[in-house]
Design a protein around this ligand. Sequence first.
Ligand SMILES: [Zn+2]
Length: 358
Amino acid sequence: MMECSYQEPIGQTTEVAGRFAPSPTGQLHLGNLRTAVVAWCAARASGLEFLVRVEDLLRIPQSDAIESAQIADLAALGIISDRPVVRQSERSHLYEAALATLAERGRTYECYCTRREIAAEIAASVSAPHGRSLGRTSDHYPGTCARLSERKRRQHQREGRPAALRITGTTTEISGTDLVAGSYSATVDDFVVRRGDGIAAYNLAVVIDDAAQGVTQVVRGNDLLESTPRQMFLQSLLGLPTPAYAHVPLVVGSDGERLAKRHANTDGGVTLRELQSAGQHPGDVMAGLLMSTGWIGTPMSASGMIPGEIVEEIRATRNRVDLGALAEVLRDKCGEPAHNPTLNWRVTPHSPICRDTL
Ligand SMILES: [Zn+2]
């Protein structure tokens, strides 16, 4: 049952939605756009609202301009939020309310460690004879500050060390099934829920936002798969529902590396603007992105096609359109790299998640 303190008024809208949540740190490239297209199609095909959320916990001076450009690029492809776009930078009150709840339940503690100290502690615990007695994997936070003496805590405070907030993790496994990547399980370490500079950590913010916005379907890049057990753990602690997750393969450049802006030098345009400068119509880009998902098996003239027609095209090709059917096709596409010579991309082959990497 959802807890009311994190629920924001959503008026007459339905409480079920899919979403795309870009960070305004750089222009969207084809990999980001492909994930947006998949998320949008999945929401539309499932009869859900589609939301765009700006994940700007960490803002840079150009964030406003980048955000505008990202939303304009999405709109050029026909991808428009059904509700006003929300920004994480304006929602710290929701995150603080959740942090207060976790603190009341005795689930958080202050951590004064620097990255270097954590790395040294992990190195020492791995070489110690009983270093793995907690059953945690090697990159997990070793729990140093969970055992901090009051004297040591006061010393850190006198030194002016910033305190992050960590959550007490699990020793039992969290298990889930991803619609694309399949089943996984992992223990969750004492991860950070509020950074030393006072900003909510991504894992906390995303969980609160998804619940507050009634998001029931999360389609995102599979680089975020490994943080999903942490988010599921927070949902269970806060009594929030767990959405259906579908982590889609990332687009890579011709060198096999995850697509980035630098690929414009070797692979041609990687952003919508670059492709438009090279004479491509946004509708052609949308068609190329859809074909790369395998949902549309034959070339089509998508220029000028409106979003509803695209979903109808998928429906006509595949007889049924829902998230399960789309995930089936995406899973098939995971088996081998797909290369689109027009747009010069490939989709990474999926490798099953390994709990040791969590
Ligand atoms: Zn610490």
